[in-house]
Design a protein around this ligand. Structure first.
Ligand code: SF4
Length: 347
């Protein structure tokens, strides 16, 4: 079928309302950038789920980073957007005025050189991300050991996808199908979501990030729903193979193990994260036991948005008090956040 015919099908769809959730921040950003929603019938809703790594990181994690950044001879290194995520009272960036030492880097591997050049400084990397980035942190630990660098640690808030999706489905999320994250599946393989599909009788379509790739995957998902099919279909075969990336999975499993972690707005979800294995505990900057902070901004509806239970425009602060220059919640900070992308579309 030609792409033109596929778009016509999706535009003219008149069946029961279909709610599709994307669980990848890069999908959220790409859907907004390409105006994919404008190509669909208003009976096909695209909902953004908990796929933006910065957005799902609880404020207690940011608070812990700030504590670490204030310790003597310590520097917290992180990607730029995490610097601006509000903790329970301040962001890491705002805490610099109170003496917090935080530095933006472009890759976790950047701290190897920093740690080597400044042996009297302890570097803590803010390790957030999903299955896609976790192997990178494994490589960082491996390299630190090879180079005998004892002044590197990581504070992990690493997440895995399946158990949070199960959490959503058990908590009455009204979702008919999932756009499965292409980057995650490139590491784990296309079958990663097979058990969920079977348990919850729901279809998954693995999608790429180009405009046509997204349209084709959405069409595939709509057709699966119409035909009452479950299972996982791979619409990103140029990158995603059924077995995944064996080397990356080996690194991930060597250094990390599944653990219970807290998600913004959802609390702790069993087995939904990756923590360093005991053998590598010396590299952990105190990740275990971080919970969602009770002093959070109660006006912010980021948690409900991440669960597909509210839209950014449902938040009374959206575009009034909260905007990318003055973010009140994590969903407005990251360019992959639902509130940020909704704000860009509105602007
Ligand atoms: Fe939170 Fe701002 Fe989004 Fe409202 S608009 S939910 S305050 S991030």
């Amino acid at each position: 079928m030609e792409i033109k015919e596929i778009i016509e099908y999706l535009q003219n769809y008149q069946g029961p309302v279909i709610r599709l959730m994307e669980v990848c921040g890069s999908h959220t950003a790409a859907i907004s950038k390409f105006g994919i929603r404008d190509l669909l019938s208003d009976r096909i809703e695209l909902i953004s789920g908990p796929g933006c790594p910065v957005c799902v990181t609880p404020s207690a994690y940011v608070d812990r980073l700030i504590e670490l950044a204030k310790e003597p001879n310590t520097c917290v290194a992180t990607f730029g957007d995490l610097l601006r995520v509000p903790g329970s009272s301040k962001s890491l960036s705002e805490s610099k005025a109170d003496g917090a030492n935080a530095q933006m880097v472009y890759s976790p591997m950047d701290i190897l050189k920093l740690a080597k050049d400044n042996p009297m400084t302890n570097y803590v990397f803010a390790a957030v991300g999903f299955e896609t980035t976790a192997p990178l942190y494994a490589l960082l630990i491996e390299e630190a050991m090879k180079q005998n660098l004892s002044n590197i640690r990581i504070l992990t808030a690493l997440k895995s996808m399946p158990n949070v999706i199960a959490y959503l489905l058990r908590n009455e999320a009204q979702i008919d199908g999932f756009l499965a994250p292409g980057h995650v599946c490139a590491i784990t393989g296309a079958d990663y979501f097979g058990k969920l599909a079977e348990e919850f009788h729901i279809p998954f379509a693995v999608s790429g990030f180009g405009d046509e790739e997204l349209v084709v995957a959405i069409y595939g998902l709509v057709r699966m729903i119409e035909q009452k099919e479950t299972g996982v279909k791979n619409f990103y075969p140029s990158v995603v193979e059924s077995g995944g990336n064996a080397v990356a999975l080996d690194k991930l499993n060597t250094y990390f193990e599944p653990c219970t972690v807290a998600w913004r707005g959802m609390g702790e979800i069993e087995g939904s994260g990756f923590c360093l294995r005991k053998e590598y505990a010396q590299f952990d900057a105190g990740s275990i036991g971080l919970k969602e902070d009770k002093k959070k901004n109660h006006a912010c509806r980021c948690g409900e948005i991440l669960m597909g239970k509210a839209k950014p425009t449902d938040c009374p602060l959206f575009a009034r008090v909260c905007n990318p220059s003055n973010p009140q919640g994590a969903c407005m900070v990251s360019y992959e956040g639902s509130c940020f992308t909704a704000f860009q579309t509105k602007a």
